[in-house]
Design a protein around this ligand. Structure first.
Ligand code: AMP
Length: 610
């Protein structure tokens, strides 16, 4: 029988797991290794084009420009988002600004999903061999903070590897499943996940077997790789001072320094001090230096503090305090650094769970989820949340929000809009993400047109826009003309990614600018409404002039003139007052004399225009 597997596609290592009856198990390779280094080496010669895992890792030093590591950092990202990383990386990135990056290797270009697909293919082949069956379906995990484009890139990687991705699952949610914490009747769990490249803290709530993510926080640029970098920089500085050699100019030596630093870091988790050795670019001089655990801890203390700040923020978002948390789960290879267990335990004032192998927990949970989706486990449901609000642009560049930040997914929302111009046959739908009132302050996710609208007076067509976020966090937007039945759907693939730091910035900016944003929004909305009402009233006056007596006509014309004056004064309150006055002046006229269609048009003015 084909097997559904769970895959942890990690920054440093990737794993595949399956359900052996009721027990999730990680699948080892022929050498008994469960972790496949997330590294892909591109070969210039020979029938085989790529190597993955340990074989690729062995080429990091000899072929740094053709060997890609940490590709997860580039998934769904543009060059603009990667500026900070570029100086540490030996490969060439192509692509401008926000468009998805490509990595130049030799004379070929490869996208991050293509490179990740090599890792997934290797895991697929490993599972097929070990289980002696075909593997075509998988659950793949991603950090909780991955946005739509990063999730989509991960899904694409699965497809390229010949896998149907049944679900993109948040890593902390997977970890809770691996610990079987669904058996708790009620409670709050904090999942602290510090891997090679990313940090996530998630606050989950369990209620009768149902998980709900209350809040998430983290940093897509914080992990064990950064600890390695701290040691690399220490070595680099000392070598520069002592030998006057800048090893940063020698990619091979830098790679060697990185690997040596990682080894020393891991050894310091169990030993009090360790020697670090490095051969200088002259291939003769040996640099040797003893590093103590306390020296290393001092180097990484600012990084630990950043993770605790994230924990505080996640708890605040969930309106909880550290003592409200019943269980703390530690995930990721880096939590083996003893200082983390201590610091996290102190913060939450309880002993964290670390019984399971922290490298395997996420893959094991993904296997549990795979079994749930295959129908074998039915008593669990997983809920996640959206990190930022989603909406569309309406007239004047104002955001109409359909899905609020921290909404539980899967979720759906619907809103009806109308047109601005008579006889309009198409509308442009601009999907945006963010917390601000104006489109210019939000992230643009996608733009598309709905065509084939039946021509009608402005404000008459009814365009229904539906947002659907599926269980993988992928957003589908549908616009439908309710009269003609014409509809267009797009699956949103943003052109570039969004780091959690950006997301945080967007949230705090919305708080800072709340008052002025609201004022701007109120002004634009009043002006839009006033212009629409003026348009309809003037049209109605022209059509029904013979049905008005002079006094009433004069009254309406005066109200129109006053409303126009108020618009030019750019005063929101004055426009509101004059709108009410015009409404009163036209009430009888609108009710008694206008044609059904004009009445409808006036009523329709309440729909926002696209
Ligand atoms: P992950 O992304 O969860 O696979 O975590 C990988 C990270 O864990 C890498 O940065 C490793 O260097 C780190 N790691 C693995 N073992 C240890 C250890 N014994 N002590 C400290 N860090 C470790």
């Amino acid at each position: 029988m084909p097997q559904v597997v769970g895959i942890d596609l990690g920054t440093t290592n990737s794993l595949v797991a399956y359900m052996d009856g009721k027990t999730p198990r990680a699948i080892p390779d022929e050498n008994g290794q469960v972790a496949l280094p997330s590294i892909v080496a591109f070969l210039k010669e020979g029938p085989q084009k790529t190597l993955t895992g340990e074989q690729a890792k062995a080429r990091l030093m000899t072929h740094p420009k053709e060997t890609v590591y940490s590709v997860k950092r580039f998934m769904g990202k543009g060059r603009e988002d990667l500026e900070a990383d570029l100086q540490h990386l030996p490969f060439v990135f192509l692509g401008k600004g926000k468009e998805g990056v490509q990595i130049q290797i030799g004379d070929q270009q490869h996208s991050p999903p293509e490179i990740s697909a090599h890792i997934l293919s290797a895991l697929k082949a490993r599972a097929e061999k070990a289980l002696n069956t075909s593997v075509t379906q998988a659950v793949i995990t991603v950090p909780a903070y991955f946005n739509d484009s990063q999730r989509q890139a991960t899904k694409d990687a699965g497809k390229l590897a010949g896998l149907e991705v049944l679900r993109i699952l948040n890593e902390p949610t997977a970890a809770s499943l691996a610990y079987g914490l669904q058996k708790e009747k009620k409670g709050i769990i904090a999942v602290y996940d510090l891997g090679g490249g990313t940090f996530d803290i998630s606050i989950l709530k369990i209620n009768n077997g149902i998980f709900q993510v209350l809040s998430t926080n983290g940093d897509t640029h914080l992990g064990g790789d950064d600890f390695d970098q701290k040691l690399v920089q220490l070595i680099r500085k000392e070598i520069l001072e002592k030998y006057k050699v800048e090893i940063q100019d020698f990619p091979e030596t830098m790679q060697e320094a990185r690997l040596a630093s990682e080894k020393v870091k891991c050894a310091l988790s169990s030993e009090e001090s360790v020697d670090i050795t490095l051969t200088l670019p002259d291939k003769k001089t040996q640099y040797i230096r003893r590093v103590s655990r306390s020296e290393f801890e001092k180097l990484i203390t600012p990084l630990i503090s950043r993770t605790i700040d994230s924990c505080t923020q996640a708890l605040a978002d969930a309106k909880l305090t550290p003592t409200d948390v019943n269980e703390v789960v530690l995930v990721g290879g880096s939590i083996r650094v003893p200082l983390f267990k201590e610091t996290v335990g102190d913060f939450f004032q309880r002993q964290p769970h670390s019984e399971l192998n922290p490298d395997e927990v996420v893959a094991l949970g993904a296997a549990v989820q795979a079994q749930i989706l295959s129908g074998a486990i039915t008593d669990m449901l997983l809920l996640d949340v959206t990190p930022l609000s989603l909406g569309i642009e309406t007239m004047g560049g104002v955001v109409s929000r359909l899905i609020q930040r921290n909404a539980t997914i899967p979720t759906t929302a619907k809103e009806t809009y109308s047109t601005q111009v008579d006889g309009q046959r198409s509308v442009s739908i601009h999907v945006v993400q963010g917390e601000r009132e104006l489109v210019e302050d939000c992230r643009s996710l996608a733009k598309f047109n709905l065509t084939g609208i039946d021509p009608m007076p402005a404000g008459m067509p009814r365009i229904e826009v539906t947002f659907l976020i599926d269980a993988n966090g992928i957003l589908n937007v549908t616009a439908k003309d309710l009269k003609s039945g014409k509809e267009t759907t797009v699956e949103v693939k943003p052109t570039y990614g969004l780091s959690d730091a950006d997301a945080e910035k967007m949230i705090s900016a919305s708080m800072e600018h709340a008052k002025e944003d609201l004022e701007k929004r109120q002004w634009i909305e009043s002006k839009n409404e006033a212009e629409t009402v003026l348009h309809h009233t003037e049209k109605a006056l022209a059509q029904g002039a013979s049905l008005l007596d002079d006094a009433e006509k004069e009254k309406i014309e005066k109200a129109i003139a006053e409303l126009k004056n108020a618009i030019s004064s750019e005063m929101h309150k004055a426009v509101r007052e004059k709108l009410t006055a015009l409404d009163q002046a036209t009430q009888r006229f609108a009710a008694d004399l206008m044609s059904q269609s004009v009445q409808e048009a006036l009523q329709n003015k309440k729909l926002k225009d696209l």
